[in-house]
Design a protein around this ligand. Structure first.
Ligand code: AMP
Ligand code: GLY
Length: 419
């Protein structure tokens, strides 16, 4: 088969890496890809929202399957566009990807089907929103409705912070249309867990659980990022909690989408929080997580292409899916200044010194044959070992073998599992 993957980050590198092991694939393309993906797939200079260029390329190259990885093209309907041209695509249609694209939609769905989540109110005008906010107490959470590159959520510790966030979203419109509506919700406390699932309408097959680290500095200090590291499994979280999340949250959500006439086909990502009152939903994403994928797919023993095809054929229930018992820890190495402004084009050295880890490129490019930085999150170094301790040691040893000016990473990835 000839397969085209859409996207350019560490997640897409991990997806391309997993697909490159499939004996059924004769040719892999990635649009637009990055400096690391170029070693495994032919990178094509077409970007994620160039729908016409993508479908024309897929026709010309007789592509059998287009795998759409990122949130923006999914929400904007790339899968629908490809299907309308007779091209097979993997990922939810726009009417299902809305579970990530609109937080108001997601919250209303969960309320309607009594699926556990933070209590909330939503507003599409500033005056009633600020009046409601002033009737509440901090800490409180303010969320822009639409996609905002992971920046649309403010966990406000004070009312001043909450009012400022609401004003940014609705008055100053810093997220544009994505802030036309807001969700104001209850602040929840507990450990977070990312639970991703393969979903084919009503069949849900959980992947192995993982945990992300969003703040930029150790001990969860500093501003939020796209994610500074992940690990899997979560030895400190009992299997009963994962089952509770499946039975109370993930399965009922897939069923609700079917009932709403929006069957979800693809990867459904539940962002969960383990509160003293049970597992609750923080968010849903309509895609693989980044950097969760960089620890999940290295543990997958089954051919990823077979799973994608089973989802598209509606045979996910019969598809064998096997996971390795090994542990995986991914440490993100970031550009100086990230998540604020950062330089690009810094030469990266030491990649050939890496011993034991998988190196997934998140933001790199090739300039005159040299791999250089080209994003905030530059590399994800995934160590694999018999347990978290060994996987961590390998990931950090290899992260230290790679250099570029001003590189930084968290030193406490996966420590929650060891306390
Ligand atoms: P999101 O972009 O929806 O993943 O939210 C970003 C982060 O904000 C989450 O990973 C949580 O750490 C935090 N967060 C979101 N909603 C809440 C909530 N209701 N209570 C506490 N923390 C939250
Ligand atoms: N790691 C968080 C996300 O992919 O949204």
């Amino acid at each position: 088969m000839r397969v085209l993957v859409i996207g350019r980050g560490g997640r897409e590198h991990a997806i391309v890496w997993a697909l490159s092991k499939s004996p059924k694939i004769s040719k892999l393309f990635c649009a637009p890809g990055n400096g690391g993906i170029a070693g495994l797939a032919e990178c094509v200079p077409i970007t994620e929202l160039q729908f016409e260029e993508i479908s024309t390329f897929a026709k010309e190259q007789a592509i059998d399957l287009v795998m759409v990885a990122p949130d923006d093209p999914l929400a904007a309907g790339l899968v629908d566009h490809l299907e309308s041209k007779g091209i097979e695509a993997f990922g939810p249609r726009a009417n299902a990807a809305i579970i990530e694209g609109s937080k108001v939609f997601m919250k209303e769905l969960l309320k309607k089907y009594s699926i556990p989540t933070a209590t909330y109110e939503s507003f599409d005008a500033y005056e009633p929103a600020i009046a409601y906010l002033r009737s509440q107490t901090a800490p409180i959470v303010i969320k822009a409705d639409g996609l905002a590159a992971g920046k649309g959520v403010t966990v406000a510790q004070t009312m001043e912070e909450a009012e400022a966030a609401l004003k940014d979203i609705m008055v100053d419109q810093v997220f544009g249309k994505s802030g036309a509506s807001v969700v104001i919700e209850e602040f929840l406390t507990g450990q977070e867990m990312s639970l991703l699932a393969f979903v084919d309408g009503s069949t849900v097959r959980l992947m192995v659980p993982s945990q992300d680290h969003k703040p930029v500095f150790d001990n969860d200090k500093g501003p939020n990022t796209g994610g500074m590291g992940t690990y899997s499994p979560l030895p400190h979280i009992p299997e009963s909690i994962v089952q509770e999340a499946l039975v109370n949250i993930v399965q009922p959500t897939a069923d609700a989408m079917v009932k709403e006439g929006r069957p979800f086909k693809g990867v459904l990502y539940a962002g969960l929080i383990l509160t003293p009152n049970g597992v609750k939903t923080i968010e849903f994403n309509a895609r693989f997580g980044d950097p969760e994928t960089q620890v999940i797919l290295p543990r997958l023993k089954t051919d990823l292409l077979d799973i994608f095809l089973a989802i598209n054929n509606g045979t996910l229930a019969e598809q064998p899916i096997e996971w390795s018992e090994e542990a995986a820890v991914c440490v993100i190495v970031a550009s100086p200044g990230y998540p604020g402004p950062y330089p690009k084009g810094l030469p990266i050295t030491g990649l050939d010194q890496v011993k034991d880890s998988l190196v997934f490129h998140a933001g790199t490019a090739i300039e005159d044959g040299q791999i250089v930085t080209n994003g905030g999150r530059v590399l994800g170094i995934t160590g694999i070992g018999k347990d978290i301790i060994e996987a961590r040691q390998k990931a950090y040893a290899d992260a230290d073998r790679i250099h570029f000016d001003g590189k930084h990473y968290r030193t406490d990835i996966a420590m929650k599992a060891l306390k």
